[in-house]
Design a protein around this ligand. Sequence first.
Ligand code: PEP
Length: 269
Amino acid sequence: MVKEKHDMELRPNPRTGRYRLISANWKMNFNHLEAIQATQKLSFVLRPADYSYTEISIHPPFTDLRPLQLLIDSDRMRFSLGAQNCHFEPHGAFTGEVSAPMLSRLNVTYVIVGHSERRQHFFETDDIVRAKVEAVFHSQMTPIICVGETFDERQRGETERILQTQVDSAVSFLSPELAERCVVAYEPVWAIGRGASANPDDAQQGAATVRSVFESRWGKAVASKVRIQYGGSVNPANAADFMQLDDVDGLLVGTAALDPESFARIIQA
Ligand code: PEP
């Protein structure tokens, strides 16, 4: 059974029936003291109603997970704890790695898998991403599977094929029950950390392609439950444009999530 941690007061989007999810990917930023401060500030600036429309997950570096777990639990904050990565094996001789069962013990709900920075700098292949998806589900957590084309691939007109390949490889082995629980982040690689996001039409097209992969394998009922995020230079000024799209159910936010006030404005948008 995958952990379901939806806040009792969280309301699904009436248009789609899906729960919105906005995630802060802090990347390699904030030591544990800074992480506590940022989380406290975010909790301070958000209004109670902000949690009713959107689930919010925070993905700090590994060293911040335990302090944030304690903070969230003790102050009854309505954040879901997330990780940025995990190893696909449950334990063993993998120096420097952290496994899915270790994250699960820290009450982690979501694990980002296959972020483009990991594919690029740490040579994660589609096969590794697939193994991590399996490991995350095996430990009763939910993967946020990152997919997206590079600038060159877009220029060559390969966006659709790349998205189909990345998504299908990551999820094809899943049962329909697990497939519908996936979160996929469509993150065009050229839009990450650049300050220049995709335009909403491109984001919708990418998200629709992601959903179509689930539909081809498992049919409409499963595909209509999968949550899809857009990621890539989201900020308070453009967040609402993405959240209105038919196939976009949330956002994966990097740079703008490092400032609690700006992340709160994204949630409120
Ligand atoms: C990310 O790293 O997932 C991301 C979307 O970063 P940014 O918001 O900085 O583009």
